[in-house]
Design a protein around this ligand. Structure first.
Ligand SMILES: [Zn+2]
Ligand SMILES: [Zn+2]
Length: 237
């Protein structure tokens, strides 16, 4: 089961000359192709954002158009982790685990957002790594360089889900910030599905900082309670 050619044409046609207001996180769907991978048969959707000038992608399994409860992972690019297999973070583990879970489910979507280094860019991330080598944690290093601890924005992600006409999602995440940002952008989240990655000697401090300073939920409990809890405590919602 995959997106049929007629549906692909429809989606791309609808995206042509699309422009929304406000324009700050608009994206246009420009192409969809088959993507057989070591994890299974997927399709890859290419989006361009006229606003940030970046090329974002969605890896899709099955026909997710107009579907409810679509298993969804929103992944931010990490060259060092995703490609080089760096042990400083858990990005690659999360990426591969998500693709495996989507394949197992037989339906789902993984957004690959081009916001490297929590959106401070690759060179700034490497400068932050250098500070971490001197003993600062991930949050302190970003602040020393004049950045917020996390500069990521999920407006583009919400738009991509909208462009694919996905009605509601079950989100693979441990990150409460992602839950409320998406929710504020109008995404209907039916459930949070935890993504559990084993701790190693290299990523231990990184994961502990995520839990301690960024409020990441590192338990394996999957239900609506923590989605509701996060949204209730969000002063921005
Ligand atoms: Zn738009
Ligand atoms: Zn990473």
């Amino acid at each position: 089961m995959k997106l049929a050619l007629s549906k692909i044409k429809e989606l791309i046609e609808a995206s042509k000359d699309h422009q929304c207001d406000p324009y700050d996180c608009c994206v246009q769907l420009v192409g969809i192709a088959d993507l057989p991978s070591q994890f299974g048969e997927f399709q890859i959707c290419a989006f361009v954002s006229p606003c940030d000038g970046k090329e974002h992608t969605a890896i899709v399994k099955g026909d997710i158009v107009e579907k409810e409860n679509v298993l969804t992972r929103i992944h931010s690019e990490c060259l060092t982790g995703d490609v080089m297999g760096s042990k400083r973070c858990d990005c690659r583990d999360q990426l591969l685990e998500s693709l495996k879970l989507i394949q197992k489910e037989g339906e789902g979507v993984l957004l690959y957002l081009r916001q490297e280094g929590r959106n401070i860019g690759l060179t700034e991330k490497i400068r932050a790594y250098a500070l971490q080598d001197q003993g600062y944690d991930t949050v302190e290093a970003n602040l020393l360089l004049g950045w917020e601890p996390d500069e990521r924005d999920y407006g583009v992600a919400a738009h991509i889900l909208r462009s694919l006409h996905i009605k509601s999602i079950r989100l693979l995440t441990n990150n409460p910030d992602k839950l409320w940002q998406l929710s504020n952008h109008g995404v209907v989240i039916k459930e949070r599905v935890p993504l559990i990655i084993p701790t190693t000697e290299y990523n231990r401090t990184y994961l502990e900082t995520k839990a301690r300073k960024s409020g990441h939920l590192l338990g394996d409990k999957a239900d609506m309670r923590d989605v509701k809890e996060v949204l209730a405590h969000s002063h921005k919602s």
